[in-house]
Design a protein around this ligand. Structure first.
Ligand code: ADP
Ligand code: ADP
Length: 231
């Protein structure tokens, strides 16, 4: 599934003066591609991710996911598209502390009014290497394990696109690597589209391409081929 942005602009008008967060960004995120978005704090990375994922509506330009223009959808249709076709992974895991790992993983299906197919939750936990932790609550899991539960939760609806906002931001090197390998495998083995905002050069190195944002504009793009050329 391709996510494409055309001349996307976002001006926040909540404060005393308008803040231009995105200033005409055009970019495509094709299937089976792992893209990293980097840039200084305040350069518009989160805003770009939120607009691309249909969490926020840009003030200009268009975002389309698998050929559907998000601006043409009403709130209900947009919510349904997010729920059924997109997975989200956050820096802070965002697990529900009173639920077990298995219940957290099942949550997106429950919220959609669906019952997980027999074995689906176990299979998702097995895919992230946590089959034996199904009954544990977040407080009984390490940070890396919690993030892997969050990855399993993002996968349970089999989304074709995953948006990740600083997924390794709260993890140490070793657990970061496990989560990154997991994301990499999704792209290589299932053709998923991944868009990841990160400050972490180790995380960016796992991506196929790195987009640099500065002052709400795309300031550059590096691919593996460039890295080879530089090396
Ligand atoms: P980054 O993720 O690169 O740190 P953001 O996308 O969070 O950048 O922010 C880009 C700019 O937009 C910043 O100047 C920020 O202060 C502003 N901004 C972000 N969200 C809001 C908001 N909800 N209301 C007003 N300004 C915002
Ligand atoms: P197909 O493999 O024929 O594309 P699937 O139903 O297996 O059909 O996949 C539908 C979507 O779910 C695809 O976009 C794929 O990227 C994703 N997907 C498939 N298998 C997995 C998996 N094990 N984990 C996460 N996502 C998956």
């Amino acid at each position: 599934m391709t996510v494409s942005l055309r001349d996307v602009r976002m001006i926040y008008r909540t404060g005393p003066r308008p803040v231009p967060a995105l200033d005409g960004v055009s970019v495509r995120f094709p299937p089976a591609t792992f893209s990293a978005v980097m840039g200084p704090s305040g350069s518009g990375k989160s805003t770009l991710l939120h607009c691309a994922a249909g969490l926020e509506r840009p003030t200009g330009g268009t975002v389309s996911i698998a050929g559907t223009t998000l601006g043409d959808l009403g709130e209900t249709a947009l919510t349904r598209l997010r729920r059924d076709r997109i997975g989200f992974i956050f820096q802070a895991f965002n697990l529900v502390s009173s639920l077990t790992a298995a219940q957290n993983v099942a949550l997106p299906l429950r919220l959609a009014g669906r019952r997980p197919a027999a074995g689906a939750v176990t299979a998702a936990l097995a895919e992230v290497g946590l089959a034996d932790r199904a009954g544990h609550r977040p407080s009984e899991l390490s940070g890396g394990e919690q993030q892997r539960v969050a990855v399993a939760r993002a996968l349970i609806t089999r989304p074709a696109v995953i948006f990740a906002d600083e997924p390794t931001g709260a993890l140490d090197n070793r657990t970061s690597r496990q989560v990154l390998e997991l994301l990499r495998a999704l792209v290589d083995e299932h053709g998923q589209t991944i868009v990841m905002v990160t400050h972490d050069p180790v995380a960016a190195a796992v991506a196929d391409r790195v987009l640099m944002l500065a002052d709400g504009r795309l300031a550059g793009e590096f691919t593996e081929a460039d890295a080879g050329a530089i090396a």
